[in-house]
Design a protein around this ligand. Structure first.
Ligand code: PLP
Length: 282
């Protein structure tokens, strides 16, 4: 694999980052993950807009422009002949001797790499995924896509140990979101997901689903929901750049409705895949 690190395209074995990098030492950095389908970037501009917002919120100056970042994505797709997969982008506050306040005159570190994976035709989309619930142990600014992912790592490990693919995190009696996805339930013709705030990451796929509401024939009720309500819902699903729209068929071992992916989720996944295959731009 050819990866990008601070201006250079290198074989992954030759790419290095300083041990003093603040991303490594403090988790002082931000990231994005965007999908590639049919060799095309999916909603890349929206991901980069969110990156710029995350950077602004932590006072980090990005080392290159939006256009340059798009060009690096394109170059990695081409150098790796990537047809289907994802691109991970991380920016940290650079390498400096360890001290908490921002270092002066240090350039941010930028790393990008591709991961080839088949997510459009994954068998999980036919069976649905299993979810387990777990307390939300994250910090208070989850709207910033920070590389501090210890709580989601522990939540996903808990899910994996229990034969599940995702964890829904619970706080104040309601579902906040998935460890790496937005959580949704369906009742009749209504999609339900909680409002954006500092408590959740504003999902790009969430925005896409809402942009296709009229086309899909559903209405949206933006509100919090409890785990009990989710267990009793007609459908549940998650959205994220790499799971797209993914049915959730069991939560904590209980089947949702009849335990099979429901019509709303199937339809929304089709609409989003169609958009993504066309190299969709939100
Ligand atoms: N919420 C969290 C905590 C996430 O980590 C992610 C994606 O990784 C999402 C939601 C979904 O965001 P997106 O649709 O932009 O991938």
């Amino acid at each position: 694999r050819i990866v990008y690190v601070n201006g250079a395209y290198l074989p992954e074995e030759e790419a290095t980052i300083s041990i003093f990098d603040r991303g490594f030492i403090f988790g002082d950095g931000i990231y994005e993950v965007s999908a590639v389908l049919g060799g095309k970037l999916v909603d890349c501009e929206a991901h980069l807009a969110r990156l710029e917002r995350s950077a602004g919120e932590i006072g980090l100056e990005l080392p290159c422009s939006r256009a340059e970042l798009v060009a690096i994505h394109q170059e990695l797709i081409s150098r790796n002949n990537l047809d289907e997969g994802s691109i991970y982008l991380q920016v940290s506050r650079g390498a400096a001797d360890r001290d908490f306040p921002f270092p002066k005159g240090v350039k941010a570190s930028l790393v990008l790499f591709t991961q080839a994976r088949q997510f459009a035709n994954t068998p999980l989309a036919k069976t649905g995924i299993k979810v387990v619930s777990t307390p939300d142990l994250r910090w208070a600014r989850r709207d910033i896509k920070s590389v501090n992912l210890l709580a989601p790592v522990l939540a996903k490990q808990f899910a994996a140990e229990n034969g599940a693919q995702e964890a829904w995190m619970i706080e104040d009696g309601v579902v906040t979101e998935g460890a790496s996805s937005t959580a949704w339930i369906v009742k009749g013709k209504t999609l339900i997901s909680r409002p954006l705030s500092h408590k959740v990451l504003p999902g790009i796929t969430r925005t896409a689903v809402l942009a296709f509401l009229a086309e899909s024939g559903f209405t949206f009720e933006e509100r919090e929901f409890t785990l009990e309500e989710a267990l009793d819902a007609e459908e549940a699903f998650i959205t994220s750049a790499t799971s797209l729209v993914m049915p959730v068929t069991t939560i904590d071992g209980h089947s949702i409705h009849n335990g099979a992916p429901g019509p709303a989720t199937i339809r929304l996944r089709e609409i989003y895949l169609d958009h993504a295959r066309k190299g969709g731009v939100l």
